[in-house]
Ligand binder design. Structure first.
Ligand SMILES: NC(=O)c1ccc[n+]([C@@H]2O[C@H](COP(=O)([O-])OP(=O)(O)OC[C@H]3O[C@@H](n4cnc5c(N)ncnc54)[C@H](OP(=O)(O)O)[C@@H]3O)[C@@H](O)[C@H]2O)c1
Length: 281
């Protein structure tokens, strides 16, 4: 990975941080993206030290804000460097409905539109080195969900877990349509389930919810190293060179839900995402 430039979003904690660490240990140049500048500086320093790799830096951006995503993409593309790996990892669960700075429901804005817009803005650079890899961190939570394309932002009735499930289904639908768009080019796009991982996921919600989640994590979650394994596999392994448009679990190709293969839903989601972000691929 020594000649590779890798970008990992949501890299100041959890699965993203461990993914960034693993890529740095393999010698890649790594850009950590996160919203908290002080934490990002600290995590960047810790990864540089523990990986013995100086080519690790932090870029601050709130990835629920389209203005900040555009500014981030401008900074990342400014030098004209090729991007080899983009790991769209950022994600969160919001049990109460909130809106982003752009007035978009937060789960949809951060977990789906953030992936859609950042990838679109970096796509040219992902083509530059003869074949970049796009890795979208989805979830088994997508199973059992259907997109509500009449009310994707839950304005009529918002349920946090359902919104999260739909956002993860959107990750899979986005990956499949993106891979179809990229067919015939050397750029690949895949998505994955990291496992149920003991991270800070969900900790932005109220204490009773967090307490229950912590118990569940203690009982059945895997650690963050195991949780990052499939992301790292898709970002680095020769086994998946040229593989695109697939869903992975435990580093193996797996079947995603029937709803994730609904091409009409994928097309409508894509068109809606273009309208909401103002970005055309
Ligand atoms: N944990 C699981 O069991 C599990 C299962 C399936 C899928 N996933 C998926 O895995 C991915 C990573 O989750 P995780 O478990 O590692 O979660 P986590 O521990 O909560 O880490 C989330 C990361 O995203 C960052 N972040 C959150 N909101 C942001 C924003 N608006 N702008 C920029 N960065 C932001 C956080 O920054 P701070 O450090 O500032 O908080 C942190 O670095 C998500 O896409 C999630 O849906 C997780």
């Amino acid at each position: 990975m020594e000649s590779k430039l890798c970008i990992v979003t949501g890299a100041t904690d959890g699965i993203g941080r461990v993914t960034a660490q693993a890529l740095a240990e393999r010698g890649a140049e790594v850009v950590l993206v996160g919203r908290n500048a002080a934490k990002g500086a600290e995590v960047g320093k810790a990864i540089r030290r523990s990986s013995c790799n100086d080519r690790v830096r932090f870029e601050q951006a709130d990835l629920s804000s389209q203005t900040e995503i555009r500014a981030l993409a401008d900074r990342l593309t400014a030098g004209g460097a090729a991007i080899d790996v983009l790991v769209n990892n950022v994600g969160a669960l919001f049990m109460r409905r909130r809106e982003s700075a752009d007035g978009i429901e937060m789960t949809f804005a951060l977990n789906h539109l953030g992936y859609f817009l950042l990838t679109g803005l970096l796509l040219e650079r992902l083509h530059a080195n003869g074949g970049g890899r796009i890795v979208n961190v989805a979830s088994e939570a997508h199973r059992g969900a259907q997109m509500d394309l009449e009310d994707p932002q839950g304005t009529r009735r918002y349920r946090g877990w359902r919104a999260y499930q739909r956002s993860k289904l959107a990750n899979v639908l986005f990956t499949y349509r993106l891979a179809a768009l990229l067919a015939g080019t050397p750029v690949t796009a895949n998505c994955l389930h990291p496992g149920f991982v003991a991270s800070r996921f969900g900790h932005n919600n109220g204490w009773p919810f967090v307490a229950a989640l912590k118990v569940m994590m203690r009982l059945s979650a895997i650690d963050m190293e195991a949780g990052a394994r499939t992301s790292v596999h898709l970002a680095t392994s020769a086994d998946v060179a040229g593989v695109s448009g697939r869903y992975f679990d435990e580093c193996r190709e797996a079947a995603s839900s029937l709803a994730s293969h609904d091409e009409d839903a994928g097309r409508r989601l894509w068109e809606m995402s273009e309208t909401l972000t103002g970005h055309r691929y």
